[in-house]
Design a binder for this molecule. Structure first.
Ligand code: NAI
Length: 397
């Protein structure tokens, strides 16, 4: 079929397999040009099909020849209907790993459930023995707690008072004012239940109990801080409470990994266009201004550049991993540079529908958004008849 983008708000209903393939090849080529890392050998990536998790899988496999098991929750294709982009990403990751002789298997299921944890552990025991790196990179709006059966829905809201500021509809470029009512206590609890550290800890508990973590094993989860501008809706909002919880959980997990001489880390990453971040009000306007400033300074990075640098210069650096005063890895260091933040804050005040095309990198935002769904890649013939019904090798049912 001929596959075209069909946008609905901040999602796209279609995705293009050939573009996903190109996305995987581009990321692998980036890692290859940067060179090998003395990194992990057997890696479990939870949330492995898109964004930072996919980049973590590619960096592990192609940067340090690691065997990877990927867990994700993606929609397979049906005849006449495309799969979700993470499905195609994983089809082509698998293909490239096989070509390179690198072990890769995947589980497409709800990572929050006990069943998926058990299935993953069985696979580790059967194929790999022990894991030396667990990447926890889930981003989800909902979670069913397997202990209570309760379904939690996260909220993206400020705490305490109403928040009003500018935002942009990145499809139309219209800058408008958004006003978000403060959350309830329940919103906070639910958001912490979905995006906090409870499930990460449950994974590590299950892996420890099954004795499938190697001596010196590391685990890492991803967090975000961002500027003053987005604080009310991000770091000081409901999602920020979840990130506080995730960051605190790292210390608890490190204690549990003591007997293995293992470590749990949180890395604070840069704001990037992913399916998760485009859903947060205000963030798209901030990102389009940030991209403009960082590109002009030659310090812009995407997911793969961020994660390669994280592995190479933080997680697997000679000596101990550098941390901030709160014990976190900072790979958002370039985003948070004073000169970058001062310029973004000044542009923010001036940004209007008329001025944004010049002040910001709205096109860069749109291109990245299209790329998430496999559209807009050079070298892909989007007018060609394309097979959408692609099955995945290495998928464990
Ligand atoms: P994403 O939306 O690109 O990826 C989410 C992944 O989670 C996908 O592989 C998806 O299949 C998987 N997933 C979702 N629900 C699942 C479930 N129930 N079971 C199994 N897999 C499931 O997200 P992104 O942006 O890469 O986020 C990953 C982490 O990085 C999140 O913790 C996020 O807060 C953090 N982060 C994101 C930043 C950004 O600007 N995008 C900045 C800093 C941190």
């Amino acid at each position: 079929m001929i596959i075209e983008p069909r946008m609905r708000g901040f999602i796209c209903l279609t995705s293009h397999p050939k573009g996903s393939e190109q996305n995987i090849i581009n990321q692998i080529n980036y890692v290859k040009t940067k060179g090998k890392i003395e990194g992990p050998k057997n890696v479990l990536v939870i949330g492995a099909s898109t964004g930072f998790g996919l980049a973590s899988r590619i960096t592990s496999a192609f940067g340090s020849d690691a065997a990877t098991i990927g867990v994700f929750f993606e929609k397979p294709p049906q005849k006449g209907r495309t799969a979700s982009p993470g499905w195609y990403n994983s089809v082509f990751f698998q293909e490239q790993a096989e070509k390179a002789g690198i072990y890769a298997k995947s589980i497409n299921a709800d990572a929050f459930s006990f069943e998926t944890k058990k299935k993953t552990i069985d696979l580790i025991k059967a194929d790999l023995g022990k894991i030396d790196l667990v990447v926890y990179s889930l981003a989800s709006p909902v979670r069913t707690n397997p202990r209570t059966g309760e379904l939690h829905r996260s909220a993206l809201k400020p705490i305490g008072s109403n928040f009003t500021d500018k935002t942009v509809d990145f499809h139309t470029g219209i800058v408008s004012t958004v006003s978000i009512d403060p959350c309830t206590d329940e919103d906070i609890e639910n958001t912490v239940a979905v995006m906090g550290g409870e499930d990460w800890e449950m994974w590590i508990d299950a892996l420890l109990e099954a004795d499938v973590l190697a001596e010196n094993a590391k685990t890492i989860a991803y967090s975000y801080i961002g500027p003053k501008l987005t604080e009310p809706v991000y770091r000081k909002g409901t999602i920020g409470k979840a990130k506080d919880h995730l960051e605190a959980t790292a210390f608890e997990i490190t204690k549990k990994l003591n007997s293995l001489n293992g470590n749990a880390f949180v890395s604070v990453n840069k704001a990037l266009v992913t399916q998760a971040s485009s859903a947060i009000p205000v963030i798209p306007l901030y990102i389009s201004l940030l991209y403009k400033v960082m590109k002009a300074k030659g310090i812009h990075e995407g997911c793969i550049e961020q994660i390669y640098r994280l592995f190479d210069e933080r997680l697997y650096v000679n000596g101990s991993t550098p941390l901030d005063e709160n014990g976190r890895i900072r790979i958002d260091d370039w985003e948070m540079r004073t000169d970058v933040q001062e310029e973004v804050a000044a542009l923010w005040l001036k940004a209007t529908t008329e001025s944004l095309p010049e002040l910001g990198d709205l096109n860069g935002y749109k291109d990245d958004f299209l790329n998430l769904f496999g559209f807009g890649f050079d070298g892909v013939d989007y007018a060609a008849d394309t097979e959408e019904d692609l099955m995945m090798n290495g998928l464990v049912e």
